[in-house]
Design a protein around this ligand. Structure first.
Ligand code: SF4
Ligand code: SF4
Length: 390
C-alpha cells in the first residue's frame, strides 16, 4: 500500500491536487499583472538566465495533451511526435493559455518536427529561432552557441526595448545555480532507499521550477526540503515495501504521457529518477560563475545537455551512469514519443549500456498521448518489474 496519501503535501497551496500547469499558469499571470513580459520557450536549450537578466519571465510551450492532436493532424502529418502535434494543435485552436500570454517566442533548431513547426507559427508572435550546434564536442560549438545566445539577446532587447548588462546575467546565473542546488537536495530524498518522495510530488516541484525564477522558488523549495526532512525523521516511506526502483529516461513527459509513470506505480514500482528535460536534466550541471564572460559560461553549460538531437550524444550515457550510481534503480525504462527518431534510435545504445554495463533490466516504450496502449504497456511493465523481483 502506498503511504503517501496520508502525509501533508509538499507544496501546500490552492493548487495542491490540481494539474501542475494550473499553478504555473497562475504564477505567470501574476507576473504579468505586475508588468512582466513573458517569453515562450520550447526547449531545455532556451537561455533562461538571459531571459531572467532582462526582467522577462519564461513560459514553457511544450504541450502534453491528447485533446489537440486531432485538430493538429488536419494540418500536420499524423506520424509526427505528439509533443509537436499537441503544442501546435493548442496554438491552432487558440487554446494554449501559455502561448496566449507570451509576448515573444524563442525556438531552437533541435528536431525537425519542432524546427518546421516554428515556421508555421512564426507569424503569430515575434519569434526567434536559435541555431543550435549539433556536434557538441567540436571546438567551435561553444563559440557558435555563444554567438547564438548573443543574437537572441539582441532580438529580445529590440522586441522589448531593453538592454542587458553582463552583471545581470551573472546574477541570473547565480540564481539558477542556487535553484539547481536546492533541486538536487530534493532529489536526494528520492535517492534514499526506500525513497521518501514519490514522482508525482517531484514532478510538481519540477514543473513549477522550470518556469518560476530561482528567487521565487527558493522559499517554496526550502519549505519542501523542510517537510522532506521531517518525513525522513518520522520514518516515512514512499511506496510499497521493497518496491522495485525504476529510472525513467527519454523524451520529455507530462500530462497524458505521464500514464507511463502511473503504470509503473500501479504495477508496484517506484519511480526514483526522472532523466528527461521534464525531469532532472535541467539541474544536472552548474553554470560556471564569475568567468568574466557570462554568455560563454551559459553556452558551455547548455551544450552539456544530453539531448538526442546532438551527435554523438555520449554525455547521455555518462549522465545515466551518474544517475544509476546515485538512485540505484533496479530497472530502466526508456520512454520514446512516437516518431521521435533521435530518441528512438538512441534507445539502442541506451539499452545496450543499461543491460551491458549496468546489468539492469531495460524496457523501451514507444508511446503517444492516447490511452490506446495502456493495456499493452501495463503488461510489459509488469514483466519488467517481475524481473527485478527475481
Ligand atoms: S529533449 Fe532535447 S529537444 Fe526536447 S526539450 Fe530537451 S533539449 Fe530540447
Ligand atoms: S520528443 Fe523528440 S520529436 Fe518530439 S519534440 Fe522532443 S525531440 Fe522532437
Amino acid at each position: 500500500m502506498h503511504t503517501h496519501t496520508t502525509v501533508e503535501p509538499l507544496i501546500d497551496d490552492e493548487y495542491t491536487g490540481e494539474p501542475p500547469a494550473k499553478r504555473l499558469l497562475a504564477y505567470l499571470q501574476d507576473q504579468r499583472e505586475r508588468g512582466a513580459k513573458i517569453v515562450g520557450t520550447y526547449c531545455g536549450y532556451a537561455p533562461a538566465e538571459l531571459i531572467r537578466a532582462l526582467g522577462l519571465v519564461r513560459a514553457s510551450l511544450c504541450a502534453f495533451s491528447n485533446a489537440t492532436i486531432e485538430a493538429a493532424e488536419e494540418v500536420l502529418p499524423a506520424n509526427l511526435c505528439p509533443l509537436v502535434k499537441s503544442s501546435y494543435g493548442f496554438i491552432m485552436k487558440d487554446t494554449c493559455p501559455f502561448f496566449a500570454i507570451s509576448d515573444a517566442v524563442i525556438g531552437e533548431t533541435t528536431c525537425d518536427g519542432k524546427k518546421k513547426m516554428f515556421e508555421l507559427i512564426a507569424d503569430r508572435k515575434p519569434m526567434h529561432v536559435m541555431d543550435l550546434p549539433q556536434l557538441p564536442d567540436e571546438p567551435e560549438a561553444i563559440d557558435d552557441w555563444a554567438a547564438a545566445i548573443r543574437k537572441v539577446r539582441r532580438f529580445l532587447e529590440s522586441v522589448f526595448g531593453l538592454t542587458t548588462r553582463d552583471d545581470r546575467i551573472e546574477a541570473a546565473i547565480r540564481e539558477t545555480n542556487a535553484k539547481s542546488r536546492r533541486m538536487n537536495e530534493i532529489f536526494e530524498y528520492a535517492a534514499l532507499n526506500p525513497p521518501v518522495i514519490g514522482w508525482p510530488e517531484l514532478y510538481d516541484a519540477l514543473f513549477l521550477a522550470q518556469g518560476a525564477s530561482g528567487d521565487d522558488m527558493a522559499p517554496i523549495l526550502d519549505g519542501v526540503l523542510k517537510k522532506l526532512e521531517t518525513r525522513k525523521r518520522d520514518g516515512y516511506v514512499y511506496g510499497p515495501k521493497g518496491a522495485p526502483r525504476v529510472m525513467v529516461t527519454g523524451c520529455p513527459l507530462g500530462g497524458d504521457s505521464l500514464k507511463v509513470l502511473h503504470l509503473i506505480e500501479e504495477a508496484g514500482g517506484v519511480v526514483v529518477a526522472l532523466d528527461a528535460c521534464s525531469g532532472m536534466k535541467p539541474y544536472a550541471n552548474m553554470i560556471e560563475e564569475d568567468t568574466g564572460d557570462p554568455v560563454r559560461a551559459m553556452a558551455a553549460r547548455y551544450l552539456k545537455i544530453p539531448c538526442s538531437c546532438m551527435t554523438p550524444n555520449d554525455r547521455r550515457l555518462t549522465e545515466m551512469d551518474r544517475l544509476i550510481e546515485k538512485f540505484k534503480p533496479g530497472a530502466v525504462v526508456d520512454v520514446v514519443l512516437q516518431a521521435c527518431h533521435s530518441y528512438s534510435i538512441e534507445s539502442i545504445k541506451v539499452g545496450k549500456h543499461v543491460q551491458g554495463t549496468h546489468g539492469l533490466p531495460f524496457l523501451k516504450i514507444v508511446t503517444d498521448y492516447s490511452q490506446s496502449d495502456v493495456g499493452q504497456i501495463r503488461t510489459r511493465v509488469e514483466a519488467l518489474l517481475e524481473m527485478c523481483r527475481q
